[in-house]
Design a protein around this ligand. Structure first.
Ligand code: ADP
Ligand code: MG
Length: 554
């Protein structure tokens, strides 16, 4: 048996790890399963390259709980370690074997999906365990199995361990007194579900009973047989890792339910992200039905790295306006610090954010092209997100004419160029500005809407809360356009259509009626106007200058 001191530059690194490295103790399980996954994928890679002559089989990772013995085990069938490798990879802290592996097999290991990176993950075990054992046997037959034991001090022991005859590694955690929560089955299940649900190697946690289907010739009172099978907690090939052309709409919906088992709504549509240059990123974003269900705290977009859950705090990676979306983003290229929270200020992160913005814009443009009617029917549910995107992201705004709809009060939808074409002949003021009339409240502004429509004008219904900002954005970036709310005074400045006007009152009657209405209005910024048109149900209208209305609105 070897005894020794773990090679650390700081005298006793464990208290440091325990206190500061990871604020969240629960991540130890993620780290250990990540290592087990790495070890399994490394073996596969070596076999593929002809460097290991062993049978890969269908390896899985097992998580085993023994509450009585206060032990939690993570068992894999990966490459394992020789005594020398334990010395090197475990005893020399912060000498990351994963990094070395990637370095050595650089050009073809990139696609192997190795997770480890910092060479500290293993030691997170000491956040919850008072003693850790590693029992491991290398895939190289000639290497004897070994057992390493460490109680959290820099001392360790390492000995041969012939009891272990199978390739792979078993990590035994002797759970500490202050961490007994990790001896609870529900707690481990919860962690597996949070961090490991989509990891690439099957993970077994206990068994479950399944009911077998009855045979065709079953008797009427025959009870179905049951069988005890491995309880595999993960889906190793989630939808986002597949090629979009291999997936149907149904597959995306099924994945949505898998991701958010407590959501009962159906997503409106999905966006499959897939890029490998200049950075690697895959994922699927879903537009949920937002109209009456804005719950941003729950069921957010999740960030993964190589199928390992990292966080659902994606601010910065996903532009703000897309934070209401749901789904998954997986990128090994998002720089993380040791505790795997990502670095927001990083340039790569900004690039990712603008890629996502562009991708969403392109998808919207293609959706409207594919099925305009369907897109229109969903517009009400997505418009807040899109309008917010237009005012907050210039890159998004620049493309928005292709997919932003402007509905009129009768539920007809226009793209910007369609709108322009439609209203140009009649809604131009004397300075040549295109005047876009809109209502913000179809009910309250009903009379104004009817009056304008009777004059042949097109009235848009722009009723989301950020419309004032959207209008400002459109007016400053498009030439010679002017928005006018339908109850503003400018409506009279438009070039009118030639229509016969039937006056009901003579001029004198009008004057006195006007005067008496004006008397009743205290705010003198309003103007009273008597209506001439026969075809409207409003005998007079009250307007105020658009600029004053806007000032009051702000
Ligand atoms: P990282 O995963 O970032 O490299 P860790 O501290 O998590 O750092 O692990 C250190 C090294 O120990 C790994 O790179 C690997 O070489 C080795 N190792 C850890 N767990 C296993 C395992 N289950 N099987 C084989 N090797 C392992
Ligand atoms: Mg690791």
């Amino acid at each position: 048996m070897t005894k020794g001191n773990i090679n650390v530059s700081v005298e006793n690194i464990f208290p440091l790890i325990k206190k500061f490295l990871y604020s969240d103790h629960e991540i130890f399980l993620r780290e250990l399963i990540s290592n087990a996954t790495d070890a399994t994928l490394k073996l596969k890679h070596l076999i593929n390259m002809g460097e290991a002559q062993v049978e890969y089989g269908s390896p899985m990772i097992e998580v085993k709980l023994d509450k009585e013995a206060k032990e939690l085990r993570i068992i894999d069938q990966g490459i394992g370690m020789s005594a020398a490798e334990v010395e090197k990879y475990i005893n020399q802290i912060a000498f990351s074997g994963a990094e070395e592996f990637l370095e050595k097999y650089k050009d073809n290991a990139k696609d192997a999906g190795i997770i480890g990176h910092f060479g500290l993950g293993f030691y997170s075990a000491f956040m919850v365990a008072e003693k850790v054992e590693i029992i491991t046997k290398s895939y190289r037959e000639e290497e004897p199995a070994v057992r390493w034991i460490c109680d959290g001090s820099p001392e360790f022991s390492l000995e041969e361990y012939p009891e272990k005859t199978h390739r792979g590694t078993e990590i035994v955690l002797h759970i500490a007194e202050d961490s007994t929560e990790f001896l609870e089955e529900y707690r481990i299940r919860e962690l597996l579900n949070k961090y490991n649900k989509f990891m690439p190697v099957p993970i077994k946690f206990g068994t479950k009973t399944i009911t077998l289907p009855l045979p065709e010739d079953a008797k009427e009172d025959q009870k179905p047989e049951t069988e005890e099978v491995d309880n595999i907690i993960n889906n190793p090939t989630p939808a986002w890792t597949k090629t979009p052309s291999d997936l149907k709409d149904e597959d995306y919906k099924a994945f949505y339910r898998e991701l958010y088992p407590t959501q009962f709504d159906e997503p409106l549509f999905h966006i499959h992200l897939n890029v490998d240059y200049p950075f690697n990123l895959t994922g699927i974003l879903f537009f949920p039905k937002l109209a009456n269900n804005i719950n941003i705290e729950k069921d957010k977009i999740q960030l993964y790295q190589n199928q390992v859950f990292v966080t659902d705090e994606v601010k910065g990676i996903v532009p703000d306006f897309l934070m209401l979306l749901r789904g998954v983003i997986d990128s090994p290229d998002i720089p993380l610090n040791v505790s795997r929270s990502y670095l927001q200020a990083d340039g790569a992160v900004k690039k990712i954010s603008s890629y996502i913005t562009k991708k969403v814009a392109d998808k919207m443009a293609s959706l409207i092209g594919e099925n305009r009617e369907d897109y229109e029917s969903k517009w009400n549910d997505i418009k807040v997100v899109i309008e917010y995107g237009m005012i907050s992201e210039d890159k998004f705004y620049e493309k928005s004419d292709k997919f932003v709809l402007y509905p009129n009060t009768d539920g007809k939808y226009f793209l910007w160029n369609e709108l322009e074409e439609k209203i140009k002949p009649i809604q131009t003021d004397k300075d040549g500005n295109l005047v876009i009339l809109y209502a913000s409240d179809a009910h309250a502004q009903h009379s104004y809407i009817e009056t304008a429509k009777a004059k042949g004008y097109e009235v848009l219904l722009l009723d989301s809360p950020i419309v004032p900002h959207l209008i400002q954005k459109l007016e400053t970036s498009k030439e010679k356009i002017q928005f006018q709310r339908v109850d503003a005074d400018h409506i009279n400045n438009l070039i009118k259509k030639d229509e016969p006007v039937i006056a009901k009152l003579d001029e004198k009657q009008k004057e006195s009626l006007k005067a008496s209405i004006e008397e009743g209005i205290s705010d003198k910024t309003f103007t009273v106007q008597l209506e001439d048109l026969d075809s409207t149900d409003a005998p007079f209208i009250i307007t105020q200058p658009e600029f004053i209305r806007r000032m009051k609105d702000m």
